[in-house]
Design a protein around this ligand. Structure first.
Ligand code: 4FV
Length: 315
């Protein structure tokens, strides 16, 4: 796959692509990254690439002509059709699904804005799509382009070795990843969940799936469509919720704080060997209860209960 980066600081993105998995993929010829600077196409001794905005207001706007001349050279540099992507907060949110879509193209041209942005007429005429990496304002599109490059490069055939592919796959089904542990087994901060030491791969896979489901429910309920869950996944999530509720009750008994948790799950066998420690305040949306409670589905423990339960080591 070929990446062409149009930026006033082309070495910035090229540098980001020189390390780790993406750097190795470049060495292996799985992908190539080419930087283009619109200033090299600017007229006059000042080689202007930006000018003041019509209608007044702060900042500057990137001009049409240096970008058009630059893009013409970029297109001519390789016969394969290029999808032109402009990184901007006005773009579609970048998701793994969007990354998969982009990875199917033989060539991506990533246009990085600076200042207030780019003259709209150039965007309308030359850009195929706008993508945003998040609802915040960066000083330039380079960091966003580096994010797209990294995420898309990982999906290129030959970019990842088997172990890395496995990690990649764990995110592919739209759930959050499960917790990870390594040596030592015992530590002042807690012990490794026994199931992970059991050698029982079926049980380990089930535990990891349950953790992914449970953490997604707690932290990113917007990612979890419970109606689409398999029966097995629904049971695992039930077990997770039951363990959370039980934990909250036992902790609130300990701390004497009134709990709202519901009674434990019907099938304790499936009850989660939940390692999910009660989320720390501020550690993502877990502190704010997930979206409107689903009738019959117990709400996750309140932040106070979760905080109180934090001291418990994972089952
Ligand atoms: C951005 C984002 C972003 C806006 C003005 C560059 C900056 C400046 N790009 N996702 N968020 N871009 O903040 O993609 O030109």
């Amino acid at each position: 796959m070929r990446f062409d980066i149009i930026s006033l600081f082309p070495e910035f993105v090229a540098q980001c692509a020189a390390f780790g998995v993406v750097g190795r993929a470049g060495e292996r010829g799985v992908l190539s990254v080419h930087g283009w600077n619109p200033r090299d196409y600017a007229e006059g001794n000042y080689r202007r690439v930006d000018d003041r905005p019509f209608g007044g207001g702060p900042g500057m706007v990137m001009m049409i002509e240096p970008l058009r001349a630059c893009l013409a050279d970029v297109r001519a540099a390789d016969p394969s059709p290029a999808r032109v992507v402009y990184m901007s907060p006005q773009g579609a949110p970048l998701t793994q699904a969007k990354v998969r879509e982009l990875a199917a193209h033989p060539r991506l041209v990533l246009l990085c804005g600076r200042y207030e942005g780019v003259d709209e007429r150039f965007l309308q005429a030359e850009v195929d799509e706008e993508i945003s990496i998040g609802d915040y304002v960066l000083s330039g599109g380079e960091l966003a382009a580096a994010v797209v490059l990294d995420a898309v490069a990982r999906l290129q055939e030959g970019a990842l070795n088997d172990a890395e592919s496995a990690v990649q796959d764990s995110f592919e089904d739209g759930l959050l990843d499960c917790p990870h542990y390594t040596r030592p087994v015992e530590h002042a901060l807690g012990n490794v969940p026994p199931v992970l030491l059991s050698g029982n791969h079926a049980e380990i896979a089930k535990w990891r799936r349950q953790q992914s489901l449970g953490r997604t429910w707690l932290r990113r309920p917007d990612l979890l469509d419970e109606s689409a869950l398999s029966k097995a996944d629904r049971r695992l999530l039930e077990g997770f919720r039951a363990a959370q509720a039980v934990e909250a009750v036992s902790v609130s008994n300990e701390t004497g704080s009134v709990s709202r948790a519901s009674p434990p799950a019907s099938d304790p066998v499936e009850a989660a060997s939940g390692a999910e420690p009660i989320a720390r305040p501020g550690s993502g949306p877990a502190t704010s209860a997930p979206a409107a409670p689903t009738p019959g589905v117990p709400e996750p423990p309140s932040a106070g209960q979760r905080l109180a339960a934090k001291r418990k080591t994972p089952l």
